[in-house]
Design a protein around this ligand. Structure first.
Ligand code: GLC
Length: 559
């Protein structure tokens, strides 16, 4: 999203009124320390969905709130723990990026890079960028900023959103927002971008999902259920998910998306059913299930969520999953099978399998590929989607282990010298021209096209802890520590090994800083994982066998 925000009318919306009745929710979080049941336990048992609890994490650390000394990172104060010298600087940089609205901290700007000639929209609070900041603040016992952010973005969701003459869906959450100060009038104004100002004008499908995931992280960590239970938040969740659960012409339970609708917010050939969005969709559905009330309005959407989760997990685990065996099967696929029992369900032509994937695929390991749609499989690796699949338990335990095996087997390619690749491999030459539309920022091994993004470190670390492989995270963090501070916390690195500071990378990119802090705190105290991870739901066991997947229940012949 590099488009400047149009503050002079146009399609950008702005408002400088007091924040309606949400202000009443903006007081200090009410912490229920003597909680009888954990938030998750309540919801799971009420739904009678068979999910193993995070026993060890829960008993240790739920609610996990602890209060911090002002301005001092908790993780830098522990006696047993000797913090890396970078940790202190990272906290300072993170605090410098805090944005205030009417004296309340409401988020963090994307980058604090004054040396850069162009600010573009890096001075905005991006919803997706704030997630690692929020986790860092939660882990450090500072939930207020997270609560304020959740309420502020919820309020922005309520705006009427228009692009030219077209009205956007009610549930759309902003990609980013900004606070405008008018020193003469002494007013503060919020302006938000729902995609209308961004380059390419694409709405951020991931924003709403991250909002739900963060609401659950806040609730889980603080034990404060009042926020999620507030009618405004319940409505916000319902609106976000209604956008995704409506019936249309789809034959798949996955969500059809435009290119550029996620962290990769420019044309990169991810239109269709990108793994990044499917994994976030799955995770937010599961998080919402834990928080939605079983009242008149909640009941109906809960039913739809449960059905969709079953269909989505089956589809993803069966058709997006690729390992050596599966690749070999696709390689031998017959085409043009016309029947419900077809093996090659999407009529993928084996000749369309790119050469690189045959060499890349190790005997040990596997991953969820980038995209699956009729006659099209995008075999690229996408880090965020795979890690979120592990954290949400969209991946089965076997699949999670296989993803971590792949990371070990293909360390150079996926982690490189500075962790870690957003996607692999890069697209080049003719393909780059066609797929990216000749994007000069997304040239091979740069930015979204095979660049390395330090922010992804927190997702890798969380996945490592969940799969019991912390040593992988340790190794990656060490690599990051050898470069990040020295290079002034770049947004991304370029090159096949991620060795060069990115061509147009911002410095002091907030999520690079926060991502590092979150990784460190999680490794130091693995119980933090609970706020961003969901255990496997046994009721969603996959049927990997390629059996008939089409069923048609005929109506009773009673008419
Ligand atoms: C870039 C990234 C996007 C991020 C934004 C702000 O546009 O592609 O994911 O949210 O910068 O950092």
């Amino acid at each position: 999203m590099d488009g400047p925000v149009n503050s002079k009318g146009g399609s950008t919306t702005s408002v400088d009124v007091d924040d309606l009745d949400l202000s009443k929710l903006l007081d200090k979080p009410k912490l229920k320390i003597e909680r009888k049941r954990s938030f998750d336990e309540r919801s799971f048992s009420e739904l009678s969905i068979n999910v193993r609890q995070l026993e060890s994490y829960d008993s240790l650390y739920s609610p996990g709130y602890r209060s911090s000394g002002i301005g001092t990172p908790l993780s830098a104060r522990g006696e047993a723990f000797d913090p890396h010298p970078m940790v202190g600087e990272a906290w300072e940089a993170l605090r410098r990026s805090i944005v205030y609205f009417k004296e309340l901290p409401v988020g963090t700007i994307a980058a604090y890079d004054h040396a850069s000639e162009e600010v573009l929209n890096y001075d905005q609070v991006f919803v997706r960028d704030f997630v690692p900041s929020a986790l860092a603040f939660l882990m450090n016992g500072e939930p207020e900023i997270v609560k304020n952010f959740l309420l502020k973005t919820l309020y922005l969701q309520g705006w009427e959103k228009r692009v030219d003459r077209f009205k956007l869906g009610e549930g759309v959450m902003p990609a980013s927002f900004k606070v405008l100060h008018n020193p003469t009038r002494k007013t503060e104004t919020l302006i938000a971008d729902f995609g209308e100002s961004a380059i390419g004008r694409v709405a951020p499908v991931d924003s709403g999902f991250w909002w739900i995931i963060l609401l659950r992280a806040y609730t889980k960590h603080t034990g404060d259920t009042t926020l999620a239970e507030a009618p405004e938040c319940q409505r916000g969740m319902r609106l976000i998910l209604s956008l995704c659960l409506s019936e249309g012409f789809d034959t798949f339970p996955t969500l059809l998306c435009a290119d550029g609708c996620s962290m990769i917010d420019r044309r990169m050939g991810i239109y269709g059913y990108p793994i990044e969005i499917q994994a976030l969709f799955f995770m937010s559905l599961r998080c919402a299930l834990l928080m939605l009330k079983h009242d008149a309005e909640g009941k109906e959407i809960i039913e739809r969520i449960v059905k969709r989760l079953h269909a989505l997990s089956y589809h993803m685990r069966s058709y997006f999953w690729l390992n050596f065996q599966q690749l070999n099967d696709i390689y031998r696929y017959k085409t043009e099978e016309y029947s419900h029992t077809a093996t090659n369900k999407f009529n993928v032509i084996p000749d369309s399998i790119p050469d690189w994937v045959f060499d890349f695929m190790p005997c040990r390991g596997g991953y969820f590929i980038g995209n699956v749609s009729p006659a099209r499989m995008d075999f690229r690796w996408f880090a965020l989607g795979n890690f979120v699949a592990i954290l949400s338990s969209l991946a089965t335990p076997e699949q999670s282990t296989a993803i971590m095996d792949l990371i070990e087997e293909r360390w150079e390619e996926l982690i490189g010298e500075v962790p870690l690749k957003i996607t692999y491999p890069a697209i080049e030459s003719h393909e780059w021209r066609i797929v990216t539309g000749c994007d000069p920022k997304n040239t091979r091994w740069s930015y979204h096209n095979g660049g390395s993004w330090p922010v992804l470190l927190w997702l890798l670390t969380a996945a490592c802890i969940k799969t019991g492989r912390p040593q992988i995270a340790r190794k990656a963090i060490e690599l990051a520590e050898s470069r990040l501070q020295k290079d002034s916390w770049p947004e991304y690195y370029d090159g096949t090994l991620g060795r060069y500071v990115g061509k147009q990378a911002r410095k002091f990119q907030t999520w690079s800083i926060a991502g590092y802090l979150v990784s460190k705190m999680m490794l130091e105290d693995p119980s933090h994982l609970g706020m961003i991870s969901l255990e496997e739901d046994k009721a969603m066991k996959p049927l990997i066998k390629r059996s008939a997947s089409w069923t048609c229940v005929k109506p009773k012949e009673d008419m």
